[in-house]
Design a protein around this ligand. Sequence first.
Ligand code: OOG
Ligand code: NI
Length: 475
Amino acid sequence: IETASPWDPDHLRSRFVRALSDMYKTEVPLYGQLVDIVRGVDNCILAARGQSVDHLPKRHHLERHGAIRLGTQHEMRMISRLFGIMGMYPVGYYDLKMVGFPLHGTAFRPTSEESLRKNPFRVFTTVLRPDLITSSSVRKTATDILSRRTLFSSRLCELMDVAETDKSDLTANDADELITEALKVFKWHSRSTVPLETYLSLKQEHPMVADIVCFPSAHINHLTPRTLDIDAVQAEMIAQGLPAKESIEGPPAGRKCEILLRQTSFKALEERVVFTDHDGSPDGGKNGTHTARFGEVEQRGAAVTRKGRELYDRLLTSAISLVETYQCALSDILTETFREYPDDWTELRRQGLVYFRYRVAPGVTRDQLNAVPLLKPPIHMEQLLQIGLVECEPITYEDFLPFSAAGIFTSNLGAEPTREGDEITQRKLQHTDSSGREELERLLNRAIPNEIVLYEELQNTSVKECATLFGLEEV
Ligand code: OOG
Ligand code: NI
């Protein structure tokens, strides 16, 4: 039963994801096949555990993300407004300059615990930085073409204006229309807005530039369901003949306590494109192909603290530097280097490596609550956990990993990142300058919070909630 108001941001986001997913399955049938593989794998895992789908949090099968690449600052501002209406706000800054892409971006996502529970959909959103295009003629061509593009229909703009000022004027019909008009921004067009020669010259500068500039929409380039076992999904993709990416990004396989994010994808398909002729007329243009759209899958683990992230980055960096020496796969070396990363929840908590959500254990009586302040101070959370008055669960990581994202980007350009590239990436990961971030914040006219700060707040709030229930100043 749907009781939420049609203009409730969480409700709009859920509807939008469903519509986007349906559209993408029609556009890229292989994505539908990937979703089926994920369902199959997850059902097997659950059956092996003697559970049914009902055991999963409701959001499990909703959980997915997508990505788009925008061309102009105006487009970025507009998408930020549209996502805001759907309850998604920029979190985290991702600088793709470090892998040689003239792009930077953020993830638009829900931020409150409640909204995340309802539907955690996020969109990895990047925007072109023309100042990073090396050829001045390509830069001019790109900006000229983009200045003539209209991504947002006038009806969509109208609805967005009203939604931001007075939603009470909007009807359920208007909400339907918002979804329909918004989908147009993400839709694929097999007709390019430029001649083949222009496309090729932009592609020579950078394949991303051609992808962003030469089409009338900001086509969604992938969607990503969440799975319980990404290694099984990868194996099944290969078994079914999908063009799977060579390796899984993120922490190594075989951990008992999943942290952060592991990702893999099937590689972007070569798709037929009709280009315009030189008068800009769509008829009589040459045929060609374009590679941009793929399907991805993610397995999410716990959000790590700053200390946990530093350890992750250090072990990853050391694994990358060892690839050269030992001439073997990064994944094998990662398994070795990650022996240093604790793999036990209690240990991870005691060492302050992972964020947890604390709550008073179910069944705790009022008398037990009232007795807590009588314990000998100082009262620590660990103590309350030990006597079973409090329970905790790791907070799910909702964001992305720059090094993994670079791997996903690169594998979809038809090239694996070079080893040299990896090292440069990793070095730069640690030294991103803040000018790009400030530029994006100015553009969006709001601060972009660091994702870690959000997890820290979530944990702190849950600790305070417990303290209040126990009548304590702090724990
Ligand atoms: C975005 C790639 C990054 C991820 O999951 O790390 C990403 C893109 O290719 O536009 O989605
Ligand atoms: Ni992705």
